[in-house]
Design a protein around this ligand. Structure first.
Ligand SMILES: [Zn+2]
Length: 106
């Protein structure tokens, strides 16, 4: 699964739909704290937890952007430092069953 765009619009990696929403942004530093911006009005600093969506083989900071498409698909686009380069990864998550609070939009 790859991160793709069409005419500079982000496409859902599952169905290719262009109508997507930001849900959260995380900056994860292994063995340090995580900065997590969730929904429209919450930012928190949390302790690192070696579980969850973190890509376990990374050797540096990982930045994750969480999305949902209007067909219900839910995924993370991750970028992480590994041996001098920055790599990317798509992490597919279970579909959301409830209404979600996306990052701020007009
Ligand atoms: Zn989709």
């Amino acid at each position: 699964m790859e991160f793709t765009t069409k005419n500079n619009e982000v496409l859902c990696p599952v169905c290719g739909f262009e109508y997507n929403h930001f849900l959260s942004v995380k900056v994860i530093a292994p063995h340090h704290n995580t900065i997590n911006i969730v929904g429209s009005n919450e930012a928190k600093l949390t302790k690192y937890e070696p579980t969850g969506t973190f890509t376990s083989n990374v050797r540096g900071t990982e930045i994750q952007i969480e999305y949902s498409c209007e067909n219900g698909h839910h995924w993370i686009f991750a970028q992480f430092f590994y041996k001098g380069t920055i790599e990317t990864k798509i992490i597919q998550l279970p579909e959301l069953e409830e209404e979600y609070d996306s990052l701020w939009r007009d």
